[in-house]
Each structure stands twice: as structure tokens, then as C-alpha cells.
Write a protein of this length. Structure first.
Length: 294
């Protein structure tokens, strides 16, 4: 029998609540704004500040509950941008979306970017490294008293595919995610402000990703709300391609993404992170209606 998380009792509902964020009565939908020229999904489309802000507002109009703004691609093989450039890309977009009344998250691995984004009005820090890339991140988030996404991560994008080696992916991810969670708590972040993310596509192959989705209950058993970020990722392309076929382009994987959204919502995910909001928002509404009929 797997060890029960000492924090499991803090989970107030099926999905849990996150101190410092609105409490939704269903799986929340997080829309993605990539202010980058090289995103795997929509590289360059929202690189301009005005275009990024317009896109973020469009995501909210389509049903996003919050918007995640990032200025650095974390696709496999991506090289890092320097800090000044990431700040230049992200902060004006965060500031303008917040001014328009949007609930904004910042997607960054850098403490200075997180700090500046929170100062500009962001209410959530989404760090794909879970605090592992920048030793200053956890102290900055703890001092800011904002919610923090801790994702399962084994290293930078440039070589993460080489780290996709598991004897048994579910317990190994659970163990490593628990360790990252405990490191964040030990660093001063209130556990009631922590969200966990299994890190689909990060140091994982398609089989690993599918297995983790099938076992989201094991991630939830750690006792904190879970964010599922499957949108347009490689494993969906592999599934859609079938045996020996060619994966469709990222922007042709939105129906598959919505399918994962429906499953994640039904399995108690706190939120899903998606590029195309409308279909996933519909999937969440249907899932919630089914829950209400039980």
C-alpha cells in the first residue's frame, strides 16, 4: 500500500481549493498565452504585446477562468532565453491583462520574472521546474504569498527526452513530485497554496503520458489540487497518427485535447491548461453536468 500524504487532509473538496485563488465549482480552464517566437504550438502568433493581450482577452471570452502568460518556450530541445528578454516579453502582457480584469498566472522558471509578474498583478506562479531551475524561486514565492504550481521535472528542455527513463512511471513521478512539494513547503510556501502538475511531455514519452492520465488519482492522493497540461502535446499526435502514421500538426490536436480535458475533469483535476479554450470549456461543463446527475 502506498504511503498516504500527510497533507491529504487539507483537501477540502474533490478537486481541492487553492488559497489566494477563486474557488470554482468545477474543473477550471487555464488559457495559454505564449509570448514567444518558437512555441511548439503557435510559435510567433502572439509574440507582439498587443497581439498577446488581445489573444488573452479572447481566451477569457471563450471561457477561460484564468490566463497563463509565458515568455520562454519549454518545448523539447528549446534553448533558454535570457532574463531581460523574458521580462520584456512577459511583464507588459501581464500588466495589461490584469488591468482588464483577467486572473493571470505567470509561466516562468525565473524568480526575478515571477517577482516582477506578481508586482504587475499576476496571482499565480506556474514553474515547470517546480522550483528546481532557480534556487531563488521558492523563497520569492513564499515571500509573495501567492499560489505556486509544482510540476514534475527532471531537467531543462534541451535534453529532457534523454531523461524519460522509468521502471514504473506512476510511482516514480509520484515520489519525485512529493519530494518537490516537500521542498517547496520546507522553503516556506504554504501547502494550501500549492498545485501539483504531473508534467505531461516533460521527460516522458507517449506511453508515460497516457499512463499518468489513466492514474491521475495517484497524483491527487498527494493531497493537493492537480493541474493537467495535455494541450496539443506530442503524445496526442502519436495517438492520432496511429501505427506508422504521421502525427498531425499541433493545432490539429484540439479535439484530442478536449477529450483529455473531459477525462481530467471527471477524475477530479483542479484545472486544465489549454491553448484552445472553447472546446475544453464545453467539455468541463458536460463533465460537471454528469457529476451533478450521479
Amino acid at each position: 500500500m502506498r504511503e498516504r500524504s500527510p497533507y491529504a487532509g487539507r483537501m477540502g473538496t474533490l478537486r481541492g481549493r487553492v488559497d489566494g485563488l477563486p474557488e470554482w465549482d468545477r474543473c477550471a480552464v487555464m488559457g495559454v498565452v505564449n509570448v514567444t517566437p518558437d512555441s511548439f504550438s503557435d510559435g510567433g502568433r502572439w509574440f507582439d504585446t498587443a497581439a498577446a493581450v488581445k489573444h488573452g482577452l479572447g481566451l477569457v471570452a471563450a471561457g477561460a477562468d484564468l490566463v497563463d502568460v509565458g515568455g520562454e518556450s519549454t518545448r523539447p530541445g528549446a534553448k533558454r532565453v535570457d532574463e531581460a528578454e523574458e521580462l520584456r516579453r512577459v511583464i507588459p502582457v501581464v500588466r495589461e491583462l490584469v488591468a482588464a480584469g483577467v486572473v493571470v498566472s505567470v509561466d516562468t522558471m525565473r524568480a526575478r520574472v515571477a517577482d516582477a509578474a506578481v508586482a504587475a498583478g499576476a496571482v499565480l506562479v506556474n514553474d515547470v521546474s517546480g522550483g528546481g531551475a532557480d534556487p531563488a524561486m521558492i523563497p520569492v514565492v513564499a515571500a509573495a504569498e501567492v499560489p505556486f504550481v509544482v510540476m514534475h521535472w527532471r531537467g531543462q528542455s534541451i535534453d529532457m527526452n534523454n531523461r524519460a527513463v522509468y521502471a514504473d512511471v506512476v510511482p516514480e513521478v509520484v515520489t519525485e513530485l512529493r519530494q518537490s512539494f516537500e521542498r517547496a513547503v520546507d522553503g516556506g510556501i504554504d501547502p494550501a497554496r500549492i498545485i501539483l502538475d504531473p508534467g505531461l511531455g516533460f521527460a516522458k514519452n507517449a506511453e508515460h503520458d497516457l499512463t499518468l492520465i489513466a492514474h491521475l488519482a495517484d497524483i491527487r492522493a498527494l493531497g493537493r489540487p492537480v493541474l493537467v497540461a495535455a494541450s496539443r502535446k506530442r503524445f496526442l499526435g502519436r495517438v492520432l497518427a496511429g501505427e506508422g502514421g504521421d502525427p498531425p500538426p499541433a493545432r490539429e490536436r484540439d479535439a484530442a485535447t478536449a477529450a483529455v480535458t473531459a477525462i481530467a475533469a471527471r477524475e477530479g483535476a483542479w484545472a486544465v491548461r489549454v491553448h484552445e479554450v472553447h472546446d475544453s470549456a464545453d467539455a468541463v461543463r458536460v463533465s460537471r453536468a454528469i457529476e451533478g446527475a450521479v
